[in-house]
Design a protein around this ligand. Sequence first.
Ligand code: FES
Length: 358
Amino acid sequence: MAKNDKTSDALVASSVDSSIELGTAVVAPEQFENPGLPAHRARITDIDPKRMKRAERIVYSLFYASILGSVFAVFAYMYFPITSDANAVHSVRLNTLYIGLGIAFALLAIGIAAVHWGKAVMADHEGVDHRHPVRGTDETRARAVEIFQEADAESGFSRRTLIRNSMIGAFIAFPLPAVALFRGLAPMNEDPNTLMKHTVWAKGVRLAHDPTGRPIKAQDVTIGSAFQVIPAGLEALPEHEKLDAKAKAAVLLVRLKPEDLKWSSPEREAWSYQGIVAYSKICTHVGCPVALYEQQTHHLLCPCHQSQFDISNESAVIFGPAARPLPQLPIYVDDEGYLCAQSDFTEPVGPSFWERSK
Ligand code: FES
C-alpha cells in the first residue's frame, strides 16, 4: 500500500510543473458555490408613483400610436392607388412606400410598448425556476394557474384597463392593412373580357418581325418557317402602353402547305393566305409564350406545362392542360404584298378564364 502511495506521489510530482513548489498547488473544487443573485435594485417606477404613471402613459400612448399607423396604412392604400397610366411606376412607389411606413410604424409602436411595459411597469423581482419533467404533476399545473393569476396581478392586465384595452385595440387594428391589401384581389367591376379581348390588332395593321418591327411580305414566308410577329407601328405607342400592347398582341406566324391545313370551320380558311396562318402566342392554359414549333408534325409546344397545339387543325389542343385552341388572327395580303390583319382576334387571348366568363 505504502509502495503504491509513493508511486502515485511520484506520478503527481512528475506531472506538476517543475517551477511550482510541491505542496503549494491549489486543488479546484468540483463544484463552485452558487454565488446567488445580485442584490435587487428597485426601479425608479417602483419608488416613484408619478414615474409609474408616466410609464403607463407611454405604454398606452404607443399602443394608440400603433392603431394610428395601421389606420394610416389603410388610408394610404386608398389615397395612393396603383394606376396604369403614365405615372404607373411612380404610383407603385408611393403606394408601397406609404403602406409600408404605416405597417412598420404600427409594428414598431407595438414592439416598443411591449418592451417598455415589461421593463418599467410590470412587477420587477428575480425568481428561480427549476427544470421539471415535461408533464407536470397536478400540483404543478395548479401552480401554473397560480402563476398566470400572479402574472395577471403583477402586469396589471386586468387592473390597468387603459393599457389592456389600448393593446387589444392595437392588435385588432394591426391586421386591417392586410384586409385592405387583399381587397386588391377581389373581383373587378370591370368586365374581364375587356382586358384581353381587345388587342392593338385591327384591320390593315401589318404583321412585323419581332423585335425589329419590319413588316413581313407573304413571299418572305417560306413553307416550314415560323416567325414571331408583332403589330407594325408598335413603337409609336407611349412607353407605358407599349409593353402591355406587345404582350397581348404577340403572334406566331407559320407557313404550311395549303393541303396540310384542315379547317373544321370553313370560314376560317379565308383567315389564312396560301398556307400562312397566324395564331396568338399566349398559351390558353396560364399564359406562357408558346413558341416551340415542330416543323414535321406542325405541333406547337408550350414549355410551361407541355400543352401541345396542332397548327394544321386550327391549333386544336392535342395534349396538356390547355382548355381551348390558340385564338387565330385573320390575315390577308395588301396591294404591296405585305401581310396584314383582317381585324383584331375574334376571341380573348390568353388563359381560358377570360373566355369562359363571356
Ligand atoms: Fe402553357 Fe401551361 S401555360 S401549358
